[in-house]
Design a protein around this ligand. Sequence first.
Ligand code: EPZ
Length: 417
Amino acid sequence: MSSIIVKGSNKLEGEISIQGSKNSILPILAATILCKGECVIHSCPKLSDVEVSIKILNYLGCTVEREEDTLIINTNNINRYDIPNDLMREMRSSIVFLGSIISRFKKARLSFPGGCELGPRPIDIHLKSLRQMGIDIIENHGILECEACDGLIATKLSLSFPSVGATENVMLAAVNARGTTIITNCAREPEICDLADYLNKCGAKICGAGEGTIIIEGVKELHGTEHKVIPDRIVASTFMSAVGAVGGDVVLKNVVPHHFESVSSVFKEAGAMLKVKNDSIRIKVPQQLNSISTIRTTPYPGFPTDAQALLMAVMSVSKGTTVFIENIFENRYKHVGELLKLGANINVEGRVAVVKGKKRLSGAFVEAYDLRGSASLLIAGLAADGVTEISDTSYIDRGYENIENMLNSIGGLVKRI
Ligand code: EPZ
């Protein structure tokens, strides 16, 4: 198992191009199951989660070829409607294959998904919604046996929480359902819009993505298409956080600035200087940032839970005290214990974490427990005197394409051993 070594670095300078969005490509890969013919997806990052999705598609009988950052998928010979437990357990978003498999085969068999331990990650909203669409779902011994004997029925659904995955699953189940499906209180993330754009290019009739209500008029069949995935707003937020922690002047290219407006506005408030263009954002941090009184995570367009750990590393070396309130996941402070080993001053009470900033941290051996927590430790290591070793790169490789090369290209001192 490899680990990452990062030396406390001085200012980061230069420019980097941001990879395609992990949380956009994953549901789109599941959606290719609905399309007759070839799908060509551009800007697809090389990530372990993407590899798992490709393994699932191959297991189902689809062909997937990669040419650089383009994937060519053909599902014409798909011949299975089950996903084995070992593949399901490898990542949380495997559950989103349920909507597309059940839509194509009217039956599906898969187990409860795995993924980062961010607290209990139930799928009750997924299952309740799909049952309302006429799908019988029997759960026994951790396996979901699903069948839609009379096909999928369009209906009006209201999600009890704007779950990203549940919204995606319902969209995938509804595009070929008979009639019009209306989803209220749905997720509004940019990745939802990207999935809707992709499906509409394949012949679906979806409107309202990005707002609180999505309307889907069922169509008979979807065809293949060509699509470029949106840039990854959380990866962009990660590099913005790295500059925020150590200072410098970096241009992030291939971004959609308004996709992470809630994050960049925090940096502006903390004293960073931002220059926003339509597909790039320049961040200058001349000296130690000021703290932010309170950071609350909320569904999009609010401050994203995926950036909470990233900002916590930054606020650990800011002037003053920041209060974090994590409202989305129950257990998303696993990085705190490791940040304390680097000398951070953080107190956690339930969903609240109080961070007292200090000038510098000091390098140490730390453990990774989840994807964004690992990125948080990497950012903190950049802002620490001496050397920091982060165990187990498997988490960070789920969401970042060769993060060490990217950081080194702007002056970081990071290597994998
Ligand atoms: C997606 O996860 C993202 N993953 C997560 O990013 C992201 O943190 C999350 O959305 C919130 O934005 C992908 O897109 C692959 P949810 P998802 O369903 O769909 C509860 C990363 O770092 N819930 O919106 O699993 C759930 O427990 C990852 O890239 C239910 O209670 O998130 C959580 O507390 C981490 N029942 C909250 O809702 C359900 O049926 C949000 O979950 C579904 C969810």
